[in-house]
Each structure stands twice: as C-alpha cells, then as structure tokens.
Ligand binder design. Structure first.
Ligand SMILES: [Zn+2]
Length: 93
C-alpha cells in the first residue's frame, strides 16, 4: 500500500517537472518566434508607472514623476526628490 502511494507521488512529481519544462520551452519559443510581442508587453509595463507630471529633483537634476517622487514641504513649497538620499542631502545643504 505504501509503495503504491510512493510510486504515485513520484509520478506526480515527474508530471509536474515535465509540465514546468513544457511551459518554459513554449515561452522561450514564443519569444524567439515573436520577439516584438514580448517587447511591446515590456514597453507597456515600463510605461504604466510613469505618467502624469514630472518634477525636477533640485539636488541631482533628475526629472521624477510626481506619483513616485519623494516629497517634502520646504518653506511652504512642495519639493520633489528622486530618492530619500537626495531629500536628506537637500536638508543638509
Ligand atoms: Zn535625486
């Protein structure tokens, strides 16, 4: 009884590995056959978080989208930074 169960489990694991390999290979083939489609997907993915207004970081000069910027109100004015490091540098300066 136990041996039968073990054999069944081994079969299940082998089946899962074969399925995983099949998915990986088919994904690779679709990228080789149709590289533009995957590139378009990547473009859409990188485009979606960017959008809206861009503000210049006064420390390093990088333009950062308002949605993802590090914000700090200085003298009643909202200032946008690309990172916490830049914000901290501005405080010191
Ligand atoms: Zn910066």
């Amino acid at each position: 009884m136990f041996r039968l169960l073990l054999r069944f489990l081994v079969l299940l694991v082998i089946f899962a590995i074969i399925r995983y390999l099949f998915v990986a290979v088919s994904k690779m083939i679709s990228q080789v056959v149709n590289p533009q489609a995957s590139r378009q997907e990547q473009n859409q993915a990188s485009r979606s978080p960017v959008g809206g207004e861009l503000k210049q970081d006064p420390v390093c000069g990088t333009f950062v989208p308002v949605a993802t910027s590090v914000k700090k109100t200085i003298n009643g004015e909202l200032v946008h930074f690309c990172s916490v490091a830049c914000r901290d540098k501005f405080k010191v300066a």
